[in-house]
Design a binder for this molecule. Structure first.
Ligand SMILES: Nc1ncnc2c1ncn2[C@@H]1O[C@H](COP(=O)(O)OP(=O)(O)O)[C@@H](O)[C@H]1O
Ligand SMILES: [Mg+2]
Length: 419
């Protein structure tokens, strides 16, 4: 079969690579992709949210299955167009992608179906929101309703901070999300990511992972799109994961069916493991980035086959490499603020899937002469028998690259070694 991956980041590189090693897959296409993916996929120069052009290309190239990476494509209705055209697609329709596209929608679904999550209220009026804020006190979490590229959430320790966030969202619409806000109870605990392949109420849970969102070591500095991740998360008990599957992933998939917006694709639950059990912080309607880059190389099964199985409502047993995989993002110095483009980018000639891999994200230039074109440039992922060994491997690999003009965190995986 031929497959098409929509998107251009590290997540899509990991997806394209994993699909390319499937014995059933003849050709992987990626749209628009990046030149770091050329060893696994053929690039099609089509914007990731241009549903009509993508569907036309899928027909032209006899694509049998399309996997959508980024949320923007989903919320632009790319899956709807593919379905309308009779093309097989793994990704939710626009109406189901609202589980990510509107935090208020996600919270309302969780409330109606008794899915554990933080207590909350939704406001469009500033004075009412402020009244609720004063009544509840701090800490409190202030969330813009719509897609905000990871910038729309403030965990406020003081009323001033919370009020400033309210002004940003309700008065200034700083994130362009529309003037709607979710005010949410602050939950304490450890955060993990849990994803499942979903078709209606069929859920095939994947292994867990943990990401690192802050720019600098010890979780300091501003939030980013993600500076690294690792999987599995050894100190989280299997029973906790099972509880999250039973109390959160399965019921939310079933709820979406009942609501008349059945979900197809990767359902991602951001979880807070609280003293009273796992609670959902948010849902995403696609693979996490960088979580995909540390999960897919651990998967020993054929991803194309699994997706087809799930689309037929079957949930085969999965096999995961027991080793830990740690992925560290190499970002341009200055990211997530202003940064330089055009940095030299190491090639992937030492690409051995058994040990270390590079997944390219913000790169341009030519296949053999890549240059940085974004803030998060690439991710190096290395295996190890333990977290400590995986850290040793990944950082040795990164040091050997003599990166200039980059910064990366030196403590990815420390969440798993008791720091
Ligand atoms: N109720 C909450 N309690 C404590 N921390 C929270 C809560 N909601 C969100 N956070 C923190 O804020 C981060 C971003 O929130 P999230 O809802 O995942 O939004 P997004 O990923 O869209 O920016 C979370 O990863 C978590 O660290
Ligand atoms: Mg999140």
């Amino acid at each position: 079969m031929n497959v098409l991956v929509i998107g251009s980041g590290g997540r899509e590189h990991a997806l394209a690579w994993k699909l390319s090693v499937s014995p059933q897959v003849d050709q992987v296409y990626v749209a628009p992709g990046n030149p770091g993916m050329d060893h696994v996929a053929e690039r099609l120069p089509i914007a990731g949210d241009d549903g009509e052009a993508l569907a036309a290309a899928a027909k032209k190239y006899d694509v049998d299955l399309t996997v959508i990476g980024p949320e923007a494509a989903l919320l632009a209705g790319v899956a709807d167009i593919f379905e309308r055209e009779g093309l097989k697609v793994f990704g939710p329709r626009k109406a189901a992608a609202r589980i990510e596209g509107s935090k208020a929608f996600a919270k309302d679904v969780m409330k109606r179906y008794g899915i554990p999550t933080a207590e909350y209220a939704v406001f469009t009026d500033f004075d009412e929101a402020k009244e609720y804020l004063v009544e509840k006190g701090t800490p409190i979490v202030v969330k813009a309703d719509g897609l905000a590229a990871g910038k729309g959430v403030t965990v406020a320790k003081t009323l001033q901070e919370a009020e400033a966030a309210l002004i940003d969202i309700l008065k200034d619409d700083t994130f362009g999300t529309g003037a709607k806000v979710v005010l949410e109870e602050y939950l304490e605990g450890e955060e993990i990511s849990l994803m499942g392949l979903v078709h209606g109420d069929t859920v095939l849970p994947l292994t867990e992972s943990q990401d690192h969102k802050r720019a600098f070591d010890h979780d300091e500095g501003p939030n980013t799109g993600g500076m690294g991740a690792y999987s599995p998360v050894p100190h989280i008990g299997k029973d906790v994961i099972e509880e999250a599957i039973d109390a959160i992933l399965n019921p939310v998939a079933a709820a979406m069916v009942t609501e008349g917006t059945p979900f197809t694709g990767v359902l991602y639950a951001g979880l807070m493991l609280t003293e009273s059990g796992p609670k959902a912080i948010e849902f995403n309607a696609r693979f996490g980035d960088p979580e995909a880059q540390v999960i897919l190389p651990r998967l020993q099964d054929d991803l194309a086959e699994l997706i087809l199985e799930v689309l037929n409502d079957r949930t085969p047993k999965l096999t995961w490499k027991p080793e830990t995989l740690i992925g560290v993002v190499a970002a341009a110095e200055g990211y997530p603020g202003n940064y330089q483009k055009g940095l030299l980018v190491p090639s992937n000639e030492t690409f051995h899937a058994e040990e270390s891999m590079i997944f390219y994200a913000g790169v341009g230039g030519e296949t053999d002469n890549l240059r940085s074109s974004g803030g998060r440039v690439f991710l190096v992922a290395s295996f190890g028998k333990t977290i400590t060994k995986a850290q040793k491997n990944v950082y040795k690999r990164m040091r050997s690259m003599n990166l200039e003009g980059y910064h990366y965190r030196k403590d990815i995986g420390n969440g798993g070694v008791g720091e």
